[in-house]
Design a protein around this ligand. Structure first.
Ligand code: AMP
Ligand code: TRP
Length: 338
């Protein structure tokens, strides 16, 4: 087996909340695939995060397997990387508690995702939704991860993870945790809804037309892109023109990310042409990339023994690292060792 670089440790995760979409793929999973060649990578299915929202609890097992299938179908090799389920490694919850004792409430009060998700009635929001970013810091730091590839919406949570790592290190006067670097790259770090260019493409949007699901068939993809909102202006002539046209901006960025070409080249290719041609080519492009993933996901989800075995092996690999790090942490804190 080829030798991997030891210095980098990549960690990332997706919540098993169903409806995995093009945003998850372009903003996160697609980028992970290239790290596996030269880095140690741990990819988690973060089920403890998913249960912070009551709607996500019912189909947690099916959705967990769906995310595992999406990882593998997107090209993540389970033999080269660790793929596992968060709740199978108790160190996540343990470290989350320890880190929560080093996290000032003021830091959590600034988290915009909590404000969005809790809505108007904050008093009724579960404590877990509020402390979610501490659990995310624990996920990353449990493995002493150095790099975390995510979409743009996770930037604030990652900044908090860095602050918490520094707070712990400072308190115990040790460089125990590396300070994790966010990796937010590409032209599709924030894929927007197909129905409203000001909203993020999201698993929880009640309109299925707003997103392209990784398991959509090609006819649905063509229809969704045909109906995707645009405006009445002609195709933009320059990137600057896209600034005030969020829907067009989004479609061009998706095109750019999938074709691995610069947005300005996409603009140059379609300037002066009818939107119809651009949308037809975009549908082809999305279909080319997604149909392979979708077919592979369907296949994997029919062989649960294989999928579950990967998650069991992943759990063992993750636990080996986690147990050692939790043990070292407890020593640093000075807990009694039974
Ligand atoms: P989640 O669906 O919240 O578990 O997100 C899993 C990963 O996908 C995270 O790295 C997110 O930042 C990323 N992600 C989710 N939605 C989008 C989006 N609309 N555009 C880009 N990345 C996204
Ligand atoms: N909070 C992330 C999201 O909603 C998922 C997540 C949980 C994660 N723990 C993580 C991402 C650790 C990266 C690293 O998308």
């Amino acid at each position: 087996m080829e030798k991997k670089k030891e210095s980098k440790l990549i960690f990332s995760g997706v919540q098993p909340t169903g409806n995995l979409h093009l945003g998850n793929y372009l903003g996160a999973i697609k980028n992970w695939v290239k790290y596996q060649e030269d880095s140690n990578c741990i990819f988690c299915i973060v089920d403890l995060h998913a249960i912070t929202v009551s709607e996500n609890r019912e189909k947690i097992l099916d959705n967990t397997r769906e995310v595992a299938a999406a990882y593998i179908a997107s090209g993540i090799d389970p033999n080269k990387n660790t793929i596992f389920v968060q709740s199978n490694v108790t160190g996540h919850s343990e470290l989350s508690w320890i880190l929560s004792c080093h996290t000032p409430i003021g830091w959590l009060n600034r988290m915009t995702q909590f404000k969005d998700k809790a809505g108007k009635n904050k008093e009724k929001a579960p404590l877990g939704l509020y402390s979610y970013p501490v659990l995310m810091a624990a996920d990353i730091l449990l493995y002493k991860s150095t790099h975390v590839p995510v979409g743009e919406d996770q930037k604030q949570h990652l900044e908090l993870s860095r602050d918490v790592a520094q707070a712990f290190n400072r308190y115990y006067n040790q460089e125990f945790f590396p300070i994790p670097e966010p990796i937010i790259t590409g032209t599709a770090t924030r894929v927007m809804s197909l129905k409203n260019g000001l909203n993020k493409m999201s698993k929880s949007d009640p309109s299925d037309q707003s997103r392209i699901n990784l398991m959509d068939d090609s006819i649905s993809i063509i229809k969704k892109i045909q109906k995707a909102r645009t405006d009445s202006e002609p195709f933009p002539k320059s990137l600057e023109e896209m600034d005030n046209r969020p829907e067009i901006n989004n479609l061009i960025n998706i095109f750019s990310a999938l074709s691995e070409d610069l947005p300005q080249n996409v603009v140059a290719q379609y300037v002066g042409k009818d939107f119809k041609f651009f949308k037809e080519d975009l549908s082809d492009l999305v279909n080319q990339k997604i149909s392979n993933i979708s077919t592979e996901m369907h296949k994997l989800l029919k062989d649960l023994n294989y999928l579950d075995l990967i998650l069991k092996k992943g759990c063992q690999k993750a636990n080996e690292i986690a147990e050692k790090n939790v043990k070292d942490l407890k020593k640093i804190i000075g807990f009694f060792e039974a």
